[in-house]
Design a protein around this ligand. Structure first.
Ligand SMILES: Cc1cc2nc3c(=O)[nH]c(=O)nc-3n(C[C@H](O)[C@H](O)[C@H](O)COP(=O)(O)OP(=O)(O)OC[C@H]3O[C@@H](n4cnc5c(N)ncnc54)[C@H](O)[C@@H]3O)c2cc1C
Length: 388
């Protein structure tokens, strides 16, 4: 098929659809390559799943030696996050960054064994990690319940406030912002819901879960989550605290789950998570599930019961069918590139996503193996039905 000529009049070299953390990271990376960027976003920048998230930057291990994908991906991205955060103190301030580290809490012998295996993996990779015995754990986090078996401490992990970062990255990209919803793509043009048409050399689709509208059925899957934030706590919580049972439950597909995941905010409030409801994309609070989540938090940190909640909210993780994001050429739309499906790790992996997508779309050598992320992997395993 002969390619139609590129339009000579362009609004920008690259049109990025969606101003969440992934769209913002991509916009910034294209600009760093010397290309001009336009961003289409009808809502707040860094809204969507990005605003709902915890902003935990976490290293993912690869206990299964046969699958290094997520681990390599998160490590590359965390390196890029550190490069950005260290480049200017203003970045750390604006991002509300803290290198709080993660404590993975073991509540029984099985979880302690998992913690020890994770610790050995980190050590083998030359990454900082240590096991804390119960006494050391309670010294580090005195508000935790007393019968835990110990914890794995990963000191390099951190937290950020993602919406502010997304805004900053768009500024760095000097992106032209179009306040509208994209309703159609046709090669190098994008139709907006206000009737305008934008022209560029390529279009990058970073619309989170909404990207499903431009993909064959079933490639993306919503995973709704609840979070709650308390008033300022007078005591001391220093680390992001995550129960190791979280790992067992995060991949269950047939039931709603809750896990203890707690983050100290810079102002002293405590952010409490989290829940997973697969297939749910509404934003309604589910009081019964929220109660279950808070009960789990109380179970790990009994003193929380004395605090008032300031706010509770939900967000929807844009998951893919196999748990890996879709990064690469759109399988059906020419000159369109995709970066979506990051589920619960999109903040952590935003910068590696942007780097990989830009390298692929500009024909540059890739820093990571792109094959696990190829969007067309799903079309090879099913009959493709293009949405109307
Ligand atoms: C409860 C919860 C906790 C989480 N915690 C963490 C965490 O601690 N660490 C971590 O790494 N990740 C976490 N995540 C995951 C992370 O938030 C997501 O993976 C990430 O935000 C996805 O970013 P995105 O840019 O793809 O999507 P979004 O942030 O949803 O952005 C997509 C944007 O596209 C726009 N859009 C949609 N359709 C159109 C259209 N047609 N035209 C123009 N614009 C459009 C939307 O308005 C939106 O702004 C969490 C998620 C949730 C829900």
């Amino acid at each position: 098929m002969a390619a139609s000529p590129l339009p000579t009049r362009r609004h920008a070299d690259v049109i990025v659809i969606g101003g969440g953390i992934i769209g913002a990271a991509c916009a910034r990376e294209y600009a760093r390559q010397g290309l001009s960027v336009a961003v289409v976003e009808p809502g707040p920048i860094g809204g969507g799943a990005t605003a709902a998230s915890m902003g935990h930057l976490l290293t993912v291990d690869a206990l299964d030696p046969a699958d290094q994908t997520e681990s390599d991906f998160s490590r590359r991205s965390l390196q890029l996050w550190q490069d950005w955060l260290q480049a200017q103190e203003a970045h750390r301030e604006l991002a509300e960054y803290s290198r709080c580290g993660t404590l993975w809490l073991a509540a029984d012998a099985e979880e302690l064994d998992l913690a020890e295996r994770k610790c050995a993996w980190f050590g083998g990779q030359g990454l900082a990690a240590e096991m804390l015995k119960p006494e050391a754990l309670f010294e580090a986090e005195p508000l935790l319940r007393r019968d835990l078996w110990g914890a794995l401490r990963v000191p390099g992990d951190g937290r950020v406030y993602p919406p502010r970062v997304a805004g900053r990255w768009l500024q760095e990209a000097q992106a032209k912002l179009f306040r509208a919803r994209a309703v159609g793509f046709d090669g190098a043009s994008v139709r907006l819901d206000n009737g305008r048409e934008l022209w560029g050399a390529m279009t990058v689709i970073c619309t989170g879960l909404a990207a499903q509208q431009h993909l064959p059925a079933g490639w993306l899957l919503p995973k709704k989550g609840h979070l709650a934030i308390t008033q300022r706590h007078p005591g001391r919580v220093q680390h992001q605290l995550v129960e190791l049972g979280y790992l067992k439950r995060a991949h269950l597909v047939d039931q709603d789950t809750v896990s203890f995941n707690l983050q100290p905010r810079p102002g002293g409030q405590l952010l409490i998570g989290s829940s997973r409801q697969i297939g749910r994309e509404d934003r309604e609070l589910d009081p019964a599930l929220l109660k279950q989540m808070l009960r789990q938090a109380l179970h790990y940190m009994p003193g929380l019961g004395e605090l008032s909640l300031l706010r509770c909210w939900t967000g929807v993780r844009p998951a893919s069918r196999d748990g890996q994001p879709l990064i690469g050429a759109h399988p059906l739309l020419r000159r369109c590139w995709l970066a979506t499906g990051h589920e619960g790790l999109g903040i952590t992996t935003a910068l590696a996503t942007a780097e990989l997508l830009v390298q692929l779309s500009l024909g540059q050598p890739c820093s990571l193996d792109p094959s696990p992320f190829r969007p067309e992997r799903f079309s090879e395993s099913q009959h493709v039905v293009v949405p109307a």
